[in-house]
Design a protein around this ligand. Structure first.
Ligand SMILES: [Zn+2]
Length: 184
């Protein structure tokens, strides 16, 4: 997923006026001199421990996978539970998964991402030339995890959506509480 950097001067007049955004959400324009917040790429100790436990259990011959950086997303996610960037050796997990109710699912979820890390680019191409990231080779490896079926079922039957909604409710509640404290 490498994007060639596009120079500002190369953009058309309209593109300069209306830059495309990755998300439709309104984002505040950074004020001059203000630092743009970038996601810090350092391990979350809780996630990293699970990651290394899984690695030792399922991929004992690949201690190099311990080098991955594993951390929570800093934005709300709706579709993506986690992403694995094999070139950059990092895994991002949706922050909606950071609740004791759903923590048990982090094991099959991180195992899924580790299968990507384990295989790297070594997956066959499909007829259309695209890589079969979730092809047979991947699925066979993925199904070694005893919780995988239950996890897929949990996602399909709305468990993930519930986690997303609960996260929103929690953060909205925390915000209201903070506002009340400031106001009083
Ligand atoms: Zn995947």
């Amino acid at each position: 997923m490498k994007r060639r950097p596009l120079l500002f001067q190369q953009l058309s007049f309209f593109e300069r006026l209306f830059p495309r955004r990755a998300s439709s959400k309104k984002r505040t324009r950074p004020v001059r001199g203000q630092k743009i917040k970038r996601q810090k790429k350092s391990n979350n100790p809780f996630l990293k421990e699970i990651w290394c436990d899984i690695r030792r259990e399922y991929f004992p011959n690949r201690p190099d996978l311990d080098e991955y950086t594993v951390y929570w997303s800093n934005r709300n996610q709706k579709r993506t539970l986690a992403s694995c960037f094999t070139e950059e050796h990092r895994v991002i997990v949706a922050r909606e998964m950071d609740h004791p109710n759903v923590h048990p699912w982090l094991y099959p979820l991180l195992y899924h991402e580790m299968c990507h890390a384990f295989l790297g680019d070594d997956v066959p191409a499909m007829r259309n030339g695209k890589k079969a990231w979730h092809g047979k080779k991947f699925k066979d490896l993925e199904q070694r995890h005893p919780q995988m079926r239950a996890f897929d079922k949990w996602v399909k039957e709305g468990g993930w959506l519930t986690a997303v909604r609960s996260h929103r409710t929690r953060t909205a509640h925390a915000r209201r509480k903070a506002e009340t404290i400031v106001a009083s």
